[in-house]
Design a protein around this ligand. Structure first.
Ligand code: ADP
Ligand code: MG
Length: 451
């Protein structure tokens, strides 16, 4: 083999249609995949993921460019060569594609039926063994219509892997599954692939499974953005840790960052957040608002640690209602509570309406200070640093409130500078949270009009 790359794609363009209807779907795709890697190919629907995957699989002919699989060029390859190639690949479809009148074992056997070296008995044994490995020992002799979606997809995995292919290509294998069976299915793919040293290219826009990837690349309007992959992986790990916030994993992820590293992380998170949203269709994920709240919570705890403050709270400006919403205030029992305060009361209200930051060493002697919140939360405010956060139109859309510097000393200008830089990086995340709230109310209205 000429290189250590198992898949090498160079300058691939692809078009559908003819004449005036001809439309370019893939633009100058370049990608190399190393042996044993698990690659996730993400991207919105219609971005060309299936087209690219079927080109790699030799299921569609290459029009322009070069794809080498295991060192063999498949552009203009003979049918004979393509057939040989396909035997070294396992393909998993979105909808399992099982033969309805064959049971699970027989479906798996169809992959081996071309193999002249194996006896019927050996074929049966291999099929049964791999079905056991995917956890279907109880269901081997059932037909697809007697299996759940997740079980059918596991049969499809067994069928793709029973030939011990070097490469497994999977096109949205979890798309029609619920959360838990989707997770099981990718865990099985990952486990079997790692055991066998298989290379996997998995298409998905399911953000819950990104953390199985060694590398994530994303397609957008037919173009690859490989450079973002590593970052997306960082952030998707962060996001999946957010899902499981009680598990301390997230705290340990950022606890050990020093303040510069944390600032860099926030910057990256912020920069990539929008893209992550688009790529992964997070807006369709109804628990997403909840996740943003958790992200904001985790980040505020870390900011508090960096600044040596007791508490960091973010307020979002709801200009329509002339209110501030807290995203992460903490109640009497350390639970997250939602506080809404009118625009023109309290320190945060002052900052929101004037766009000025304030540093108050003795709030109980400041007429702007609203004692009511301390009364409600049981918190004793000793000193306050409060800063506006501006959006791209230079409007205040959020306020950061930092309370009680350690050692009962007032905040200084260095704290102010640090907070300014850190919260600036939170802009997109906070804005997203507002967008999300607006989006939700739009959906509600749509539902209202539909009903
Ligand atoms: P994805 O898998 O990311 O959803 P596809 O690769 O299926 O995207 O499709 C990419 C684009 O090519 C879409 O605009 C789609 O409508 C178009 N397309 C896909 N298959 C065909 C086809 N057989 N004929 C014409 N256009 C197609
Ligand atoms: Mg597709």
């Amino acid at each position: 083999m000429e290189t250590s790359y198992i898949i090498k794609i160079d300058n691939v363009n692809h078009y559908y249609g003819r004449g005036s209807l001809r439309k370019q779907t893939l633009f100058d795709i370049n990608l190399t995949v190393k042996s044993g890697e698990i690659i996730i190919l993400a991207g919105p629907s219609g971005s060309g993921k299936t087209t690219l995957l079927t080109l790699i699989a030799g299921l569609r002919s290459i029009q322009q460019g070069s794809i080498k699989i295991l060192g063999t060029e498949i552009f203009k390859a003979s049918n004979q060569k393509l057939l040989q190639l396909r035997r070294q690949l396992g393909y998993i479809f979105q909808d399992h594609n099982l033969v309805p009148f064959l049971n699970a074992v027989q479906n798996v056997e169809t992959s081996l039926s071309l193999n002249k070296e194996l006896s019927k008995k050996e074929i049966r044994r291999k099929a049964e063994m791999i079905l056991e490995e995917v956890g279907l020992e109880q269901h081997m002799y059932r037909n697809p219509n007697q299996l759940s979606g997740g079980q059918k997809q596991r049969v499809a995995i067994a069928r793709a892997l029973v030939t011990e292919p070097k490469i497994v290509l999977a096109d949205e294998p979890t798309a029609s599954l619920d959360k838990n069976s989707g997770r099981d299915v990718v865990d099985i793919i990952q486990r079997l692939a790692k055991q066998r040293g298989c290379t996997v290219v998995l298409v998905t826009h399911d953000n819950r499974i990104l953390n199985i990837a060694d590398r994530i690349i994303s397609l957008e309007d037919g173009r690859l953005s490989v450079s973002k992959g590593e970052l997306l992986l960082d952030i998707s790990n962060f996001m999946s840790a957010v899902n499981d916030i009680e598990s301390n994993q997230i705290n340990s992820m950022i606890a050990n960052l020093n303040s510069q590293e944390f600032a860099d992380f926030l910057n990256k998170l912020n920069r990539e957040f929008k893209q992550l949203l688009q790529t992964l269709n997070l807006f369709k994920d109804h628990s997403f608002n909840n996740k943003i709240d958790k992200i904001i919570k985790v980040i505020s705890v870390k900011i508090a640690q960096v600044i040596k403050a007791e508490q960091v709270t973010f307020f979002i400006v709801d200009s329509e209602r002339q209110e501030l919403w807290s995203k992460n205030a903490i109640g009497l029992n350390r639970e997250l509570i939602s506080i809404r305060i009118p625009f023109n009361t309290g320190i945060a209200g002052y900052v929101a309406s004037t766009g000025r930051s304030v540093n108050i060493p003795d709030p109980y002697n400041d007429p702007r200070f609203n004692r009511k919140i301390d009364l409600e939360t049981g918190f004793k405010t000793k000193n306050i640093l409060c800063l506006p956060i501006f959006n791209s139109q230079q409007e205040v859309f959020a306020v950061a409130q930092i309370l009680n510097k350690a050692g009962d000393i007032p905040f200084d200008s260095e704290d102010e500078q640090k907070i300014f830089l850190l919260t600036k990086s939170l802009g997109v995340i906070l804005e997203t949270s507002i967008l999300y709230i607006q989006q939700i109310s739009l959906w509600r209205e749509e539902e209202f009009f539909e009903s």
